[in-house]
Structure formats: C-alpha cells, structure tokens
Design a protein around this ligand. Structure first.
Ligand code: MG
Length: 310
C-alpha cells in the first residue's frame, strides 16, 4: 500500500469540496493485468474487483487484506449488487450476467436475447425497481485475451434492460458502437452510457451519451453528454448531487449534470472504472490498469443505500 497527496486538475471552484487538495490517494493493490469492475460490499467493508485478463476476481478489505473471490472468474468484468445484496457479475467468458449466490454457486441471470447468445456483457447496474441494465460490447469475443474468440450472434452491441421478475430482456439502445460503463442519475430519470469504440476502432467514439429514462423502462433523446480526452470513458458513477465521475486516460474526470467539467483526479495509469464505497459512502475506489486505488472524497455516491443519514 502506498499513499500520496492527490494530484488534481481544478476546472471549477466546486471541485474543491468534491476532491479537497489534501485528499490522500492510496494504492491498495497492484499487479493486475487489467483491473476493472469494482463493487463495494458494505456488510464486510470490502471491495471486490476484477483482473479481467488474469481471469480472477479479487477481494480486499482493511481487516482481511487481499484474497481471491473467484478464480477462475470466467473473465468477469463489471459488478454490482442486486436488491438483495448479492453480487451480479458480467462474465465475458460465459457471455452472461451471473449472480454469486450465498452458497458460493454462480448462476445465470441472463445469457440470451431472442435465442442468440449475448456478446460479452461488460458492465451492469440495478435500478431501484430491481431492473438490471447492462452493456454488451464485443471485447470478450474479439480474441482470447479476455474471453473466447467467437462471432457475434447478435450482429450489434446494445444496452439491455432485464426484468428479473418477469424475465423479459429488451434492447434499450442501439445508439452506441461499443457501449461500456453506465450509471443512473440520482432520480433515475437520466441514464449515462459510455462508448469506448475508440479503444479498438480508429476514429471510434470516446464519449458518454445521456438518455432520458421513460417510465423506468425505455430510453429516449440520446445526446452526447461529454467527449473524454485523453483516452476514453470506460466505467462511471454518479454522486448524490448528480455529478458524473468517469474514468479517462489520465484518471477520473468529474462533470456536473450539465456536462461541465469540474476537475480531475490525476492517476499515473489509465483508469478503467470507479465506485463509491466506505462506511459513509464517500470513499471512491478506482481501478486503473494494474492497480486498485482509493481516495476519500467530499461527497457520497448516489447508490449508497447502506449509509443511514442522520
Ligand atoms: Mg468497462
């Protein structure tokens, strides 16, 4: 573990409260091939995160240190918790959304759309109504580095919404070339989805689209929320005030709900994802290339139901 004072870029005075100048950046773990998919486990004050290309999901807590949660992980990438607190995983190898059951088993939540296999689910969130929203780019089937090379059976890469009670899987958007990270605004009326196609396609996208969420089910009015440089936006999260915290080539960029940049947390590595955690919801965990980082920030994440406000 190494600690240092954060390096910031401040674009707006509001950033001073979100990421104070004296905030400490902590490198919790290193040595991954491609760190991704962090999810906070409030019952244990622990973090689970993926080393996608090493085919393992790690767990870390201050009390227990580092351990393997799943090895092999079926090339798991993004994670979240469902409404009962169980981990949902995007398994690029088995091309499914899986659930980690309390008895240790991993079961299939969804792996097909109209009979065709998914490409390789990348990131996943759960709305307050229990609906599972996830992205399905091709990164697990392009080659064998983080999955198994195969043809797409869908012929496209979509944002999906899955209703776990009714079992219905619907295409929510076909507006992105390679949909990747996603997050809902605090009132769940806006969905943000990143497009990382620039990572694989020359001239590809490196932007985040915003959508109106209609009746909690449908997406409307897609528009470019921001274009990320350097690099591209992969995983992203939203705080309780609606600011968007997104991964980028130089760290984490923070934007207000109108898309104005507030500032940046500079990392020595390309960031891939982040999630809010900690007992008070104000610790940002960041996955970046080989390492898992944390930084205590001045605001709570939008999805921090374990925090009881007094
Ligand atoms: Mg991702």
């Amino acid at each position: 573990m190494t600690r240092s004072t954060v390096e910031r870029v401040v674009r707006d005075p509001r950033f001073e409260r979100l990421v104070p100048a004296e905030a400490e950046l902590v490198r919790l773990r290193d040595g991954a091939l491609w760190a991704e998919g962090p999810v906070y486990l409030p019952d244990d004050d622990a973090i689970a995160w993926s080393d996608v290309r090493s085919n393992v999901v790690h767990r870390w807590s201050a009390a227990d240190g580092a351990s393997d949660l799943y090895r092999p992980s079926d090339f798991a990438n993004g994670h979240t918790l469902d409404r009962s607190g169980l981990i949902l995983a995007c398994e690029q190898g088995r091309r499914r959304i899986a659930r980690y059951e309390r008895d240790g088993a991993r079961t299939t939540v969804v792996d097909r759309y109209q009979g065709a296999r998914l490409n390789s689910p990348n990131d996943v969130i759960v709305a307050s109504d229990g609906a599972i929203w996830f992205t399905d780019p091709p990164y697990g089937i392009l080659d064998d580095s983080e999955g198994y090379k195969a043809d797409s059976e869908l012929g496209g890469c979509f944002v999906f919404r899955f209703n776990p009670s009714g079992g219905a899987l619907t295409v929510a958007s076909d507006d992105l070339v390679h949909p990747n990270g996603l997050a809902l605004s605090p009132d769940e009326t806006t969905l943000y989805v990143s497009d990382t196609s620039a990572a694989r396609i020359e001239g590809g996208n490196h932007h985040i689209l915003a959508f109106d969420v209609v009746d909690g089910r449908r997406l409307a009015s897609p528009r470019v929320f921001t274009v990320i440089e350097p690099g591209w936006p992969d995983g992203l999260r939203v705080d309780v005030e609606g600011n968007v915290w997104t991964s980028a080539g130089d760290g984490i960029h923070v934007l207000d709900a109108a898309g104005g940049e507030l500032g940046r947390i500079i990392l020595p590595q390309t960031a891939s994802n982040c999630t809010f955690g900690g007992p008070d919801g104000r610790r940002l965990f960041i996955t970046a290339t080989s390492a898992l980082w944390s930084i205590d920030v001045g605001i709570r994440g939008a999805v921090t139901p374990w925090v009881v406000e007094r």
